[in-house]
Design a protein around this ligand. Structure first.
Ligand code: DX5
Length: 222
């Protein structure tokens, strides 16, 4: 089993940040001990929202963060290269948008990033099992992808547990990321289930003091 003492990482999602003050808000969470941020990429087709291009990955990298680009897009094969080129450390595609997941993972690697696979709430964790030996990160959506500020779906916790058991059984080392509705009430549920990378958008950046909010969340998972 992964040692329970291993601290989960808090990964603020910039989707909820005040973009007019993004540099300042990134500096604030950095001071709170955050070193990994998530850039939610939305194409208005896979999800009914439009968001960031590769420049936002570059901006976060220039400020020294580890960055994952979460591609909520229908054509991950076409766009993954631009996000890898912008410096994304991990590029995560949705399994539901990958007709050939093995080829997509390989494409991300060839572009210079580590690959991740994400699943929407309706997709069972078992859908990821064939690919676990080829990914750096498995993302379990704990809300319907597309928007920040939604309510956490506790019914997703067994999927995190399934992936954790399978990772330990096979001796693999991928991150298990939970994303959506994580806040002071729900974050420890996800960590106890086995998530070791926890994305929080509105709980951090919609707070009056994002640094203090990040510290409170970190205190619940360390
Ligand atoms: C939703 C995004 C999430 C979202 C999280 O589609 O993938 O990363 O920004 O926002 P909160 O933490 O507010 O649910």
């Amino acid at each position: 089993m992964t040692p329970a003492s291993l601290r989960a990482r808090l990964v603020p999602s910039i989707l909820s940040a005040d973009l007019s003050r993004l540099g300042e808000q990134l500096a604030a969470v950095r001071d709170a001990g955050v070193d990994w941020v998530s850039v939610d990429v939305m194409d208005g087709h896979f999800v009914p929202n439009l968001s960031f291009g590769p420049d936002f990955v570059r901006l976060c990298k220039e400020r020294g963060f580890f960055v994952d680009a979460h591609l909520m897009v229908s054509n991950p094969d076409e766009v993954c290269g631009a996000f890898a080129k912008a410096g994304a450390d991990i590029v995560t595609a949705h399994l539901e948008a990958c007709p050939d997941a093995r080829a997509t993972l390989e494409r991300i690697r060839r572009a210079g990033a580590k690959p991740g696979l994400a699943i929407k709430p309706a997709t069972p964790a078992e859908g990821l099992l064939p690919w676990l030996d080829g990914i750096e990160l498995a993302l379990v959506m704990t809300v319907e992808p597309g928007f920040g500020g939604q309510r956490f779906m506790p019914g997703m916790l067994p999927k995190i547990e399934t992936l954790r058991r399978e990772r330990d059984r096979r001796g693999l080392g991928f991150w298990i990321q939970a994303d959506g509705g994580l806040n002071e009430e729900t974050i420890s549920l996800a960590a106890r289930a086995g998530a070791d990378s926890i994305v929080a958008g509105s709980a951090v950046f919609s707070a009056a003091d994002p640094a203090a909010a990040a510290r409170r969340l970190l205190a619940r998972i360390s």
